[in-house]
Design a protein around this ligand. Sequence first.
Ligand code: ADP
Ligand code: MG
Length: 348
Amino acid sequence: MRRLLSGLLVVCLVAGLTGCSMESQQSNENNFSPASRDFFAMNTYIRLEAYGDGAADALAQAQERMEELEGLWSVTDENSEIYAVNHSGGQPISVSDDTAAVVSFALDMAEETGGALEPTIYPVLTAWGFTTGEHHVPEPEEIDKLLTSVDYHSVSLNGNTIQLEPGMMMDLGAVGKGYASDEIASLLRKSGITSALLNLGGNILMIGSKPDGGDWRLGLQDPFENGTIGVLTASECAVVTSGNYENYFTAEDGTTYGHIIDPATGYPVDNDLAAVTIVAQDGKLCDALSTSLFVMGADAAIGYWQEHPGFEMILITQDRQILITDGLDGQFSLDATHSDMKIDVVER
Ligand code: ADP
Ligand code: MG
């Protein structure tokens, strides 16, 4: 199933819900009316909103930057650097600084998360049909065979040169949008923007606070049905959610399989978690952790948080419990429709 509305977080603004039209609008009548741009990139709908002088021009540059990064990292575009790396037959490939930086980050996070983040999972993802939309459950033997060439340790990155072993393939799907959000934010900041809301298909990054000085209000998607579960108030940070309820397919026997794969088994994640939301300064850290802590399951995710400062999280379990780390205490409130759900605060 192709993702149509990839926003795991619906952004609720005073002005109303964000739309998903493909054209860009540029209005900047005063500081309280944002310039905005809507477009499709990295397989998802993007909506950028920025306030203040020069916002429309800055957003146009941001879109260009996003499209530039997509051109480097697309797994399907024959002209992309990742495509060249994946089809090199084991030969070293020279890549741009952006690609070297994002691959370096992905490898570091793979190490840090004990391989829960696995940038070379792509052949397994393909076997399940997530890359083509022709979904099916592979034979166990096929998965086992493919897993023999899944191992981030075998990716060699020296300066700007990447070399994979023959048969290996990389995919930056779990970190690319987060990296892109950081890049766009830095570009907007350089243009003097102090208030902006970037929504890259559910990867949210907020520059500053709302122009009136208040926190942004983000609606957290309900992983069990359409609609939101509650509202997170935040400013000057990134918020990224991962779950297997958004890009998934249902097999003939009624089992649903999602697009985040547990690299230990080669099967889509099936644990006690329904969704993981990460809040941190850095968009790419949020992106990497939302995917990998979802793979780990609730206990290991909490253990990871206890050992690693610098981020907060909201876990929604399959049995409808909400676990919030103490740094977010008071920033999340349930919608009236979900007041039956229980919130527990997790401490370090
Ligand atoms: P989304 O792209 O929907 O925001 P994620 O950031 O969680 O979601 O990334 C999921 C994507 O990452 C998958 O579509 C796939 O391309 C890739 N992926 C799946 N499982 C893993 C994994 N264990 N490690 C790294 N990348 C993964
Ligand atoms: Mg991610």
